[in-house]
Design a protein around this ligand. Structure first.
Ligand code: LLP
Length: 384
């Protein structure tokens, strides 16, 4: 699918802004629901990828659960209609008020990352006369082969309980009265495009399951996290990720015990291709090797290129002239405020409308007000 919205409608809107293709979002959600549904797998959408109300409502309306990593995300999910028994709460550092919020709302599960956290959840649940359901987040030491900032499943990462501590955790669990083991949880990283990493995860999970069985423990839920990547290079040719192969792999390789449920926490792959950040060219400035196209969006609106050297395809929607190379940069006082170097674009001039593609995940939600800029607005293809 080409960026196919009538450009005239967009040129009159003040830039920069996020533009959501609701049709593509819905088609993507339908694809996930149907592929996961084939095997009875449950998907909790990772709210951190995009917590925009309209997007959350669309996701909720398709029957997905929510995977939250802060009290405010839990509250937002509830406000957007997610039933509390479809909400899981993860994160290495949950504050007491956040745990209490989860307890008060009877959320489905706390994904627990350490013994001290387990003990605090037990204590707070006890004070409320409740029993909290918990899943142990286990660090599987599987390499996700992705950017090191978004690799989470290696021993050196801060996430999860290391395998050599499991014995101790299981002992602690057996004496705590106000927590109940619901499942085991894994997440190896994000923007994973090579399915081999998920195969490695399945092998590790199968081994760990045997460890639990040998101790007569049968977690009801196995949660393998998220991480499926999207094509930043070819947003039109691969607008919907290959959910079919992804879920089939888990179905083929993961050895579930009878009655066990398999859960996923996908974020990026559900929402990533559904938005572009639209920005206008302010100035063309002559450079030494390439000219600069200075646009009115900056790293405060879309931080991924500055933070992870992430690639977002850049398109000029209003010029079809011969191509030239530009460094596409924002107005912020940092050299890292650059969306792309030596980008081939049709000859570009002041006022041209530029699209930074594949910005639906970790785009709007990571926007900030650095340089006291205003937060970018959002517009939607079905209500513009
Ligand atoms: N579950 C857990 C425990 C996670 O930590 C994450 C993402 C997810 C699920 C969802 O992963 P996804 O399906 O979206 O890959 N800001 C970075 C990505 C950070 C991902 C953090 N954890 C970026 O812009 O690339």
């Amino acid at each position: 699918m080409k960026f196919n919205f009538p450009v005239e409608t967009l040129t009159n809107i003040n830039t920069p802004f996020y533009f959501y293709d609701m049709e593509l979002l819905n088609a993507t959600l339908d694809a996930v629901a149907s592929e996961a549904g084939k095997y009875g797998f449950k998907v909790h959408y990772a709210v951190k990828a995009n917590a925009n109300d309209r997007i959350l409502q669309a996701i909720e309306s398709k029957g997905f659960g929510a995977d939250c990593v802060s009290g405010h995300e839990v509250q937002k999910a509830i406000d957007c209609g997610f039933p509390s028994d479809g909400i899981v709460f993860a994160g290495v550092g949950k504050s007491d008020w956040e745990i209490n919020l989860g307890l008060d709302n009877n959320i489905a599960c706390f994904n627990v990352e350490s013994i001290p956290e387990l003990e605090i959840i037990d204590e707070l649940a006890g004070k409320k006369g409740k029993v909290a359901k918990v899943a142990l987040r286990i660090n599987p030491n599987v390499n996700a082969n992705t950017h090191h900032y978004i690799t989470t499943g290696l021993n050196e990462n801060k996430f999860g309980i290391n395998q050599w501590d499991l014995e101790k955790v299981v002992d602690v669990l057996s004496v705590l009265k106000n927590v109940e083991l619901e499942g085991i949880h894994f997440h190896i990283g994000s923007q994973i495009t090579d399915l081999h990493s998920f195969r490695d995860l399945c092998i590790r999970v199968n081994e760990l399951q045997k460890w639990f069985v040998s101790r007569q423990i049968m977690p009801k839920v196995v949660n393998v996290g998220g991480g499926l990547g999207i094509s930043y290079e070819q947003p039109d040719e691969q607008s919907i990720p290959d959910f079919e192969s992804y879920f089939a792999l888990f179905n083929d390789l993961l050895e579930l015990m009878p009655g066990q449920e398999l859960h996923f926490e996908l974020g990026r792959s559900l929402v990533g291709q559904s938005a572009s950040l639209l920005t206008k060219v302010l100035y063309i400035k002559e450079g030494v090797q390439t000219n600069f196209a200075i646009v009115d969006a900056g790293m405060s609106d879309l931080i991924r290129p500055a933070l992870y050297q992430a690639y977002h395809k850049i398109e000029n929607l209003t010029s079809a002239d011969e191509e030239e190379k530009y460094d596409v940069v924002g107005p912020i006082c940092e050299s890292s405020d650059c969306f792309g170097k030596a980008v081939l674009l049709p000859k570009t001039k002041r006022g041209d409308l530029i699209a930074l593609r594949s910005a639906g995940a970790y785009g709007e939600v990571m926007a900030n007000q650095y340089n006291l800029r205003t937060l970018p607005k959002a517009y939607y293809s079905d209500s513009i």
